[in-house]
Design a protein around this ligand. Structure first.
Ligand SMILES: Nc1ncnc2c1ncn2[C@@H]1O[C@H](COP(=O)(O)OP(=O)(O)O)[C@@H](O)[C@H]1O
Ligand SMILES: [Mg+2]
Length: 300
């Protein structure tokens, strides 16, 4: 089978994870194909929908794989560019190529506001959160929470996530956000037991393992210097991770869960995770599980 790895050409994103996927695909006797979403062309004519990608100035190749893994759509600079990339992947799905994570689930889960709306609706515990374009609403949220965390709706790896306890200091930043037309996402700060959180990876509805990411400070992203440690999971944690992944319709996901004195809270569900730290902590290679799961979906 040919298995596509969808990502942008402009940035070779998460190379080692891509390498793990390529190795897992060939170890299972299949062929990995690079699909660069910014090099794709969609042609619509009497024959239907034709997908291709450019490989040199005068050479195109058809995009025709048995299934694909969606990793990243790149750093978006324009709203229509985002649409263009989304609909290229959507065209693959329309042509019957299974994509994991499915585009709509990927899109919803990679947005912190939308995913929390879905999780709250499913009764999954999440920290108190306010999301708004209005700086006064955000200001009042910081006042109410006293200790707050501010995030981007579609950020990752802890970049741009900051902590604030003075609503008037926050107001200066919120007014810049307003000038840039950026929504503001404010969350109540949680005191995490053990100074970190659990990252549990769920593939095809099954937990494949979990690590405890102990932060240097309050953030527990590996990219922010957190240490990936082995973790003992209990059934409550595992069930919460599976329930979260299922609520968001994810075929594979990294679920981040913090333990507090009031119990567990889901901080995030990541639909295109990086797993280099997880491999060290758990000795489990998620790439193998993800590829096997995609192959079973193709065979369905
Ligand atoms: N409400 C919170 N209270 C305490 N720490 C938090 C909270 N939200 C996030 N963090 C910490 O900040 C890190 C980054 O936040 P997260 O929501 O996961 O964004 P990102 O997508 O950038 O990883 C998390 O790993 C977590 O340790
Ligand atoms: Mg995170």
């Amino acid at each position: 089978m040919d298995i596509g790895l969808i990502r942008p050409y402009e940035v070779e994103y998460n190379n080692r994870d891509i390498e793990d996927l390529q190795n897992a695909i060939s170890a299972l006797g299949h062929k990995a194909k690079n699909i660069y979403v910014d090099n794709m062309g969609v042609r619509i004519n009497k024959k239907g929908i034709l997908l291709s990608q450019i490989i040199s100035r005068d050479k195109m190749e058809p995009v025709n794989v048995d299934g694909a893994i969606l990793r990243h759509l790149g750093f978006i600079k324009d709203f229509e560019q985002f649409g263009s990339r989304l609909w290229c992947v959507s065209a693959m799905e329309q042509k019957g190529m299974p994509v994991i994570n499915p585009l709509s689930a990927w899109l919803c889960a990679s947005d912190k506001l939308h995913s929390f709306i879905v999780l709250a609706k499913h009764g999954i515990p999440v920290p108190e959160t306010v999301s708004t374009e209005n700086m006064f609403i955000a200001y009042n949220a910081v006042k109410e929470y006293k200790e707050a965390v501010v995030k981007q709706l579609r950020g990752a790896m802890g970049f741009g996530v900051f902590r604030v306890n003075d609503a008037d200091v926050a107001m200066h930043i919120f007014s810049y956000f307003t000038n840039l037309s950026k929504p503001i996402y404010v969350q109540k700060f949680l005191e995490k037991k053990g100074g970190g959180d659990f990252r549990i990876i769920v593939v095809g509805g099954q937990v494949i393992g979990g690590e405890f990411r102990k932060g240097e400070e309050w953030k527990s992203n590996i990219a922010q210097g957190a240490a990936p440690l082995p973790a003992k999971l209990n059934s409550e944690l595992e069930e919460l991770a599976v329930k979260t992944s299922h609520a968001l319709g994810l075929e594979y996901a990294g679920i981040d869960i913090a333990e507090t004195k009031d119990g567990y809270y889901v901080l995030e569900a990541n639909p295109s995770i990086s797993w280099q730290g997880f491999k060290i902590a758990t000795k489990v290679n998620p790439a193998e599980h993800i590829v096997k799961h995609l192959i079973s979906k193709i065979k369905e």
